[in-house]
Design a protein around this ligand. Structure first.
Ligand code: COA
Length: 323
Protein backbone atom coordinates (compact mmCIF):
# COMPACT_ATOMS: atom_id res chain seq x y z
CA UNK A 1 0.00 0.00 0.00
CA UNK A 2 1.34 3.43 -0.93
CA UNK A 3 0.73 6.41 1.31
CA UNK A 4 1.87 10.01 1.12
CA UNK A 5 4.04 11.73 3.70
CA UNK A 6 5.24 15.31 4.25
CA UNK A 7 9.04 15.38 4.01
CA UNK A 8 9.65 19.13 3.97
CA UNK A 9 7.92 22.41 4.73
CA UNK A 10 8.66 25.98 3.68
CA UNK A 11 7.21 29.43 4.18
CA UNK A 12 7.74 32.98 3.05
CA UNK A 13 6.35 36.35 4.09
CA UNK A 14 6.97 39.53 2.10
CA UNK A 15 9.30 42.01 3.79
CA UNK A 16 6.83 44.85 4.10
CA UNK A 17 4.87 44.78 7.38
CA UNK A 18 1.66 46.72 8.01
CA UNK A 19 0.90 47.07 11.72
CA UNK A 20 -2.49 47.92 13.17
CA UNK A 21 -1.08 51.38 13.93
CA UNK A 22 -0.27 51.79 10.21
CA UNK A 23 -3.90 50.91 9.44
CA UNK A 24 -5.13 53.57 11.89
CA UNK A 25 -3.77 56.08 9.33
CA UNK A 26 -5.70 54.48 6.44
CA UNK A 27 -9.17 53.71 7.89
CA UNK A 28 -11.08 54.60 11.06
CA UNK A 29 -9.95 51.80 13.32
CA UNK A 30 -7.70 51.15 16.30
CA UNK A 31 -5.05 48.67 17.34
CA UNK A 32 -7.20 47.81 20.38
CA UNK A 33 -10.33 47.04 18.25
CA UNK A 34 -8.43 44.86 15.77
CA UNK A 35 -6.61 42.92 18.51
CA UNK A 36 -9.74 42.40 20.59
CA UNK A 37 -12.01 41.29 17.70
CA UNK A 38 -9.48 39.35 15.62
CA UNK A 39 -6.21 38.74 17.52
CA UNK A 40 -4.28 40.31 14.63
CA UNK A 41 -1.36 42.64 15.40
CA UNK A 42 0.30 42.93 12.00
CA UNK A 43 0.30 41.47 8.48
CA UNK A 44 2.84 41.31 5.64
CA UNK A 45 2.00 42.78 2.23
CA UNK A 46 3.63 42.40 -1.18
CA UNK A 47 5.67 45.25 -2.66
CA UNK A 48 4.58 46.87 -5.96
CA UNK A 49 6.69 44.52 -8.09
CA UNK A 50 6.13 41.35 -6.03
CA UNK A 51 3.67 38.63 -7.12
CA UNK A 52 2.10 35.46 -5.77
CA UNK A 53 4.57 33.37 -7.81
CA UNK A 54 7.51 35.19 -6.17
CA UNK A 55 6.18 34.20 -2.74
CA UNK A 56 5.37 30.65 -3.90
CA UNK A 57 8.89 30.17 -5.28
CA UNK A 58 10.57 31.14 -1.99
CA UNK A 59 8.28 28.89 0.08
CA UNK A 60 8.76 26.01 -2.41
CA UNK A 61 12.55 26.31 -2.30
CA UNK A 62 12.43 26.15 1.52
CA UNK A 63 10.30 22.96 1.42
CA UNK A 64 12.59 21.36 -1.19
CA UNK A 65 15.66 22.16 0.89
CA UNK A 66 14.17 20.62 4.04
CA UNK A 67 13.11 17.49 2.15
CA UNK A 68 16.59 17.10 0.62
CA UNK A 69 15.01 16.86 -2.85
CA UNK A 70 16.06 18.76 -5.93
CA UNK A 71 13.44 20.53 -8.04
CA UNK A 72 13.88 18.04 -10.93
CA UNK A 73 12.76 15.19 -8.67
CA UNK A 74 9.29 16.76 -8.34
CA UNK A 75 6.65 15.05 -10.51
CA UNK A 76 3.50 17.02 -9.55
CA UNK A 77 3.00 20.72 -8.75
CA UNK A 78 -0.22 22.06 -7.23
CA UNK A 79 -0.57 25.70 -6.21
CA UNK A 80 -3.58 26.80 -4.18
CA UNK A 81 -4.27 30.48 -4.83
CA UNK A 82 -7.08 32.99 -5.18
CA UNK A 83 -4.70 35.65 -6.42
CA UNK A 84 -2.85 34.16 -9.43
CA UNK A 85 -0.31 36.37 -11.20
CA UNK A 86 -2.39 36.26 -14.38
CA UNK A 87 -5.51 34.55 -15.79
CA UNK A 88 -3.26 31.94 -17.39
CA UNK A 89 -0.85 30.17 -17.38
CA UNK A 90 -1.59 28.90 -13.91
CA UNK A 91 0.68 29.99 -11.08
CA UNK A 92 1.75 26.33 -10.85
CA UNK A 93 3.05 26.46 -14.46
CA UNK A 94 4.81 29.77 -13.73
CA UNK A 95 6.37 28.15 -10.66
CA UNK A 96 7.45 25.11 -12.68
CA UNK A 97 9.25 27.49 -15.07
CA UNK A 98 10.90 29.39 -12.19
CA UNK A 99 12.12 26.19 -10.53
CA UNK A 100 13.52 24.93 -13.85
CA UNK A 101 11.46 21.72 -13.81
CA UNK A 102 11.50 20.45 -17.41
CA UNK A 103 10.36 16.86 -16.87
CA UNK A 104 6.83 17.52 -18.16
CA UNK A 105 5.14 16.84 -14.82
CA UNK A 106 1.54 18.06 -14.35
CA UNK A 107 1.19 21.51 -12.81
CA UNK A 108 -2.12 23.18 -11.98
CA UNK A 109 -3.81 25.60 -9.61
CA UNK A 110 -6.55 24.83 -7.13
CA UNK A 111 -9.04 27.56 -6.26
CA UNK A 112 -10.83 27.03 -2.96
CA UNK A 113 -9.93 30.39 -1.39
CA UNK A 114 -8.83 29.93 2.26
CA UNK A 115 -9.38 26.14 2.07
CA UNK A 116 -7.15 25.95 -1.02
CA UNK A 117 -4.11 24.38 0.60
CA UNK A 118 -6.15 21.64 2.32
CA UNK A 119 -7.83 20.91 -1.05
CA UNK A 120 -4.43 20.83 -2.80
CA UNK A 121 -3.02 18.49 -0.16
CA UNK A 122 -6.05 16.18 -0.55
CA UNK A 123 -5.63 16.10 -4.35
CA UNK A 124 -1.87 15.46 -4.16
CA UNK A 125 -2.48 12.66 -1.64
CA UNK A 126 -4.88 11.01 -4.12
CA UNK A 127 -2.33 11.28 -6.97
CA UNK A 128 0.33 9.62 -4.82
CA UNK A 129 -1.95 6.87 -3.46
CA UNK A 130 -3.05 6.09 -7.03
CA UNK A 131 0.58 5.78 -8.14
CA UNK A 132 0.31 8.76 -10.53
CA UNK A 133 2.97 10.79 -8.71
CA UNK A 134 5.74 10.10 -6.20
CA UNK A 135 6.98 13.54 -5.16
CA UNK A 136 4.56 16.45 -5.12
CA UNK A 137 5.15 20.09 -4.41
CA UNK A 138 2.03 21.53 -2.77
CA UNK A 139 1.91 25.29 -2.26
CA UNK A 140 -0.55 27.81 -0.83
CA UNK A 141 0.33 31.36 -1.93
CA UNK A 142 -1.56 34.66 -1.93
CA UNK A 143 -1.20 38.38 -2.59
CA UNK A 144 -4.63 38.98 -1.10
CA UNK A 145 -3.73 42.63 -0.35
CA UNK A 146 -4.23 43.27 -4.10
CA UNK A 147 -7.94 42.42 -3.90
CA UNK A 148 -8.78 44.35 -0.74
CA UNK A 149 -10.85 47.50 -0.58
CA UNK A 150 -8.50 49.69 1.47
CA UNK A 151 -11.40 51.96 2.41
CA UNK A 152 -13.43 49.11 4.00
CA UNK A 153 -12.34 48.74 7.62
CA UNK A 154 -14.47 45.59 7.99
CA UNK A 155 -12.19 43.62 5.64
CA UNK A 156 -8.86 45.39 4.99
CA UNK A 157 -7.64 44.88 8.57
CA UNK A 158 -8.08 41.10 8.41
CA UNK A 159 -5.85 39.86 5.60
CA UNK A 160 -2.17 39.53 4.73
CA UNK A 161 0.10 38.06 2.04
CA UNK A 162 2.44 35.06 2.16
CA UNK A 163 3.13 31.53 0.99
CA UNK A 164 3.62 28.10 2.53
CA UNK A 165 4.63 24.84 0.89
CA UNK A 166 5.21 21.16 1.52
CA UNK A 167 6.93 18.35 -0.33
CA UNK A 168 4.67 15.29 -0.21
CA UNK A 169 6.31 11.96 -1.04
CA UNK A 170 5.21 8.37 -1.61
CA UNK A 171 5.88 6.26 1.47
CA UNK A 172 5.26 2.73 2.82
CA UNK A 173 4.12 4.20 6.13
CA UNK A 174 1.07 6.47 6.44
CA UNK A 175 1.60 10.23 6.65
CA UNK A 176 -1.67 11.72 5.39
CA UNK A 177 -4.18 9.58 7.30
CA UNK A 178 -7.40 11.18 6.02
CA UNK A 179 -8.61 14.22 4.14
CA UNK A 180 -12.15 15.61 4.08
CA UNK A 181 -13.08 18.22 1.47
CA UNK A 182 -16.43 20.04 1.27
CA UNK A 183 -18.18 22.93 -0.46
CA UNK A 184 -21.60 24.57 -0.46
CA UNK A 185 -22.01 27.11 -3.27
CA UNK A 186 -25.20 28.61 -1.84
CA UNK A 187 -23.23 31.03 0.34
CA UNK A 188 -21.61 33.02 -2.46
CA UNK A 189 -23.20 36.27 -1.27
CA UNK A 190 -21.54 36.16 2.17
CA UNK A 191 -17.95 36.18 0.93
CA UNK A 192 -16.85 36.95 -2.63
CA UNK A 193 -14.84 39.03 -5.09
CA UNK A 194 -17.41 39.88 -7.79
CA UNK A 195 -14.93 40.49 -10.60
CA UNK A 196 -13.62 38.33 -13.42
CA UNK A 197 -14.08 37.65 -17.09
CA UNK A 198 -17.83 36.94 -16.77
CA UNK A 199 -20.45 39.13 -18.42
CA UNK A 200 -21.25 42.23 -16.39
CA UNK A 201 -18.27 41.90 -14.06
CA UNK A 202 -15.46 44.44 -13.88
CA UNK A 203 -12.24 43.08 -15.32
CA UNK A 204 -9.82 41.25 -13.06
CA UNK A 205 -7.47 44.15 -12.48
CA UNK A 206 -5.71 45.07 -9.29
CA UNK A 207 -7.61 48.01 -7.87
CA UNK A 208 -10.93 46.98 -9.43
CA UNK A 209 -11.60 43.59 -7.85
CA UNK A 210 -12.52 43.79 -4.19
CA UNK A 211 -13.18 41.21 -1.51
CA UNK A 212 -16.61 41.67 0.08
CA UNK A 213 -17.76 39.93 3.23
CA UNK A 214 -20.63 39.80 5.69
CA UNK A 215 -18.19 39.29 8.56
CA UNK A 216 -20.42 38.27 11.43
CA UNK A 217 -22.41 35.75 9.35
CA UNK A 218 -19.19 34.20 8.05
CA UNK A 219 -17.90 34.09 11.61
CA UNK A 220 -20.84 31.99 12.89
CA UNK A 221 -20.68 29.66 9.91
CA UNK A 222 -16.93 29.16 10.29
CA UNK A 223 -17.05 28.27 14.00
CA UNK A 224 -19.92 25.78 13.55
CA UNK A 225 -18.62 24.15 10.38
CA UNK A 226 -15.03 23.83 11.55
CA UNK A 227 -16.06 22.52 14.97
CA UNK A 228 -18.10 19.83 13.18
CA UNK A 229 -15.41 18.85 10.69
CA UNK A 230 -12.74 18.54 13.39
CA UNK A 231 -15.08 16.30 15.40
CA UNK A 232 -16.01 14.19 12.32
CA UNK A 233 -12.39 13.81 11.20
CA UNK A 234 -11.35 12.53 14.63
CA UNK A 235 -14.37 10.22 14.97
CA UNK A 236 -13.97 8.70 11.50
CA UNK A 237 -10.27 8.07 12.14
CA UNK A 238 -11.04 6.54 15.54
CA UNK A 239 -8.82 9.12 17.23
CA UNK A 240 -9.77 11.17 20.25
CA UNK A 241 -8.58 14.71 20.78
CA UNK A 242 -6.24 13.69 23.60
CA UNK A 243 -4.14 11.80 21.01
CA UNK A 244 -3.79 14.90 18.85
CA UNK A 245 -0.45 16.68 19.26
CA UNK A 246 -1.34 19.82 17.28
CA UNK A 247 -4.35 21.48 15.72
CA UNK A 248 -3.22 23.69 12.82
CA UNK A 249 -6.25 25.81 12.00
CA UNK A 250 -6.84 28.34 9.27
CA UNK A 251 -5.66 31.62 10.78
CA UNK A 252 -8.64 33.91 10.17
CA UNK A 253 -9.49 35.18 13.62
CA UNK A 254 -8.33 34.18 17.12
CA UNK A 255 -11.96 34.05 18.32
CA UNK A 256 -12.84 31.51 15.59
CA UNK A 257 -9.77 29.44 16.56
CA UNK A 258 -10.63 29.59 20.29
CA UNK A 259 -14.27 28.73 19.52
CA UNK A 260 -13.21 25.56 17.66
CA UNK A 261 -10.72 24.56 20.37
CA UNK A 262 -13.48 24.95 22.98
CA UNK A 263 -15.96 22.91 20.91
CA UNK A 264 -13.55 20.00 20.55
CA UNK A 265 -12.15 20.39 24.09
CA UNK A 266 -8.58 20.96 22.97
CA UNK A 267 -6.38 23.21 25.15
CA UNK A 268 -4.98 26.25 23.33
CA UNK A 269 -1.44 25.06 24.22
CA UNK A 270 -1.89 22.42 21.50
CA UNK A 271 -3.13 24.84 18.83
CA UNK A 272 -0.66 26.55 16.46
CA UNK A 273 -1.56 30.25 16.29
CA UNK A 274 0.14 32.66 13.88
CA UNK A 275 -2.76 35.04 13.25
CA UNK A 276 -1.19 37.74 15.47
CA UNK A 277 1.84 38.08 13.15
CA UNK A 278 0.39 36.98 9.77
CA UNK A 279 -3.30 37.96 9.70
CA UNK A 280 -5.45 35.84 7.37
CA UNK A 281 -3.23 34.84 4.44
CA UNK A 282 -6.01 32.75 2.82
CA UNK A 283 -4.59 29.63 1.10
CA UNK A 284 -1.16 30.32 2.64
CA UNK A 285 -2.35 30.39 6.23
CA UNK A 286 -2.32 26.66 7.09
CA UNK A 287 1.03 25.77 5.41
CA UNK A 288 2.63 28.92 6.88
CA UNK A 289 1.44 27.97 10.38
CA UNK A 290 2.68 24.40 9.80
CA UNK A 291 6.10 25.61 8.64
CA UNK A 292 6.39 28.06 11.54
CA UNK A 293 5.79 25.34 14.14
CA UNK A 294 8.04 22.81 12.36
CA UNK A 295 10.92 25.29 12.17
CA UNK A 296 10.61 26.48 15.79
CA UNK A 297 10.72 22.85 16.93
CA UNK A 298 7.17 22.52 18.30
CA UNK A 299 6.10 20.00 15.66
CA UNK A 300 8.32 16.92 15.69
CA UNK A 301 8.48 13.78 13.52
CA UNK A 302 5.87 11.18 14.45
CA UNK A 303 3.39 13.68 15.92
CA UNK A 304 -0.31 13.65 15.02
CA UNK A 305 -1.57 16.87 13.40
CA UNK A 306 -4.99 18.06 12.34
CA UNK A 307 -5.11 20.75 9.66
CA UNK A 308 -8.42 22.52 9.00
CA UNK A 309 -9.64 25.46 6.96
CA UNK A 310 -12.74 27.35 5.90
CA UNK A 311 -13.18 29.87 3.10
CA UNK A 312 -15.19 31.51 0.35
CA UNK A 313 -17.43 29.25 -1.70
CA UNK A 314 -18.13 28.24 1.03
CA UNK A 315 -15.42 25.60 1.11
CA UNK A 316 -14.06 23.75 4.10
CA UNK A 317 -11.82 20.79 4.76
CA UNK A 318 -9.44 18.94 7.04
CA UNK A 319 -6.37 16.72 6.87
CA UNK A 320 -5.26 14.33 9.61
CA UNK A 321 -1.51 13.93 9.32
CA UNK A 322 1.17 11.77 10.96
CA UNK A 323 4.17 14.07 10.57
N1 COA B 1 -12.31 49.00 13.33
C1 COA B 1 -13.24 49.55 14.11
N2 COA B 1 -14.55 49.25 13.99
C2 COA B 1 -14.90 48.35 13.08
C3 COA B 1 -13.97 47.72 12.23
C4 COA B 1 -12.62 48.09 12.38
N3 COA B 1 -11.65 47.56 11.63
N4 COA B 1 -14.61 46.87 11.41
C5 COA B 1 -15.91 46.93 11.72
N5 COA B 1 -16.10 47.83 12.73
C6 COA B 1 -17.33 48.25 13.37
C7 COA B 1 -18.55 48.00 12.50
O1 COA B 1 -18.69 49.08 11.58
C8 COA B 1 -19.64 47.97 13.52
O2 COA B 1 -19.97 49.28 13.88
P1 COA B 1 -21.50 49.71 14.11
O3 COA B 1 -21.96 48.83 15.26
O4 COA B 1 -21.37 51.14 14.43
O5 COA B 1 -22.18 49.39 12.82
C9 COA B 1 -18.97 47.31 14.72
O6 COA B 1 -17.56 47.43 14.52
C10 COA B 1 -19.33 45.86 14.90
O7 COA B 1 -19.23 45.22 13.64
P2 COA B 1 -19.39 43.68 13.47
O8 COA B 1 -19.17 43.34 12.04
O9 COA B 1 -20.65 43.22 14.13
O10 COA B 1 -18.15 43.19 14.37
P3 COA B 1 -17.70 41.74 14.70
O11 COA B 1 -17.52 41.59 16.15
O12 COA B 1 -18.51 40.71 13.97
O13 COA B 1 -16.23 41.71 14.08
C11 COA B 1 -15.11 40.82 12.17
C12 COA B 1 -16.05 41.90 12.70
C13 COA B 1 -14.96 41.04 10.68
C14 COA B 1 -13.79 40.96 12.87
C15 COA B 1 -15.70 39.43 12.46
O14 COA B 1 -17.03 39.39 12.05
C16 COA B 1 -14.96 38.33 11.79
O15 COA B 1 -13.82 38.08 12.08
N6 COA B 1 -15.65 37.59 10.91
C17 COA B 1 -15.07 36.45 10.22
C18 COA B 1 -14.23 36.99 9.15
C19 COA B 1 -13.33 35.97 8.58
O16 COA B 1 -12.51 35.43 9.25
N7 COA B 1 -13.49 35.73 7.28
C20 COA B 1 -12.64 34.91 6.53
C21 COA B 1 -13.07 33.50 6.63
S1 COA B 1 -12.05 32.58 5.63
Amino acid sequence: MTYSRITGTGGYLPEKILTNHDLEKIVETSDAWIRERTGIGQRHVVGPEETTCDLAEKAARGALEMSGRSAEEIDLIIVATTTPDQVFPSTACLLQQRLGIHNGCPAFDVQAVCTGFVYALGVADQFIRAGSARRALVVGAESISRILDWTDRGTCVLFGDGAGAVVLEASDTPGILATHLHADGRYESLLNVPAGVGKGYPAVMAGEAYLQMKGNEVFKWAVNTLGQIVQQTLEQAGVDQTQLDWLIPHQANIRIIQGIARKVKLPMERVVVTVEQHGNTSAASVPLALDTAVRDGRIRPGQLLLLEAFGGGFTWGSALVRF
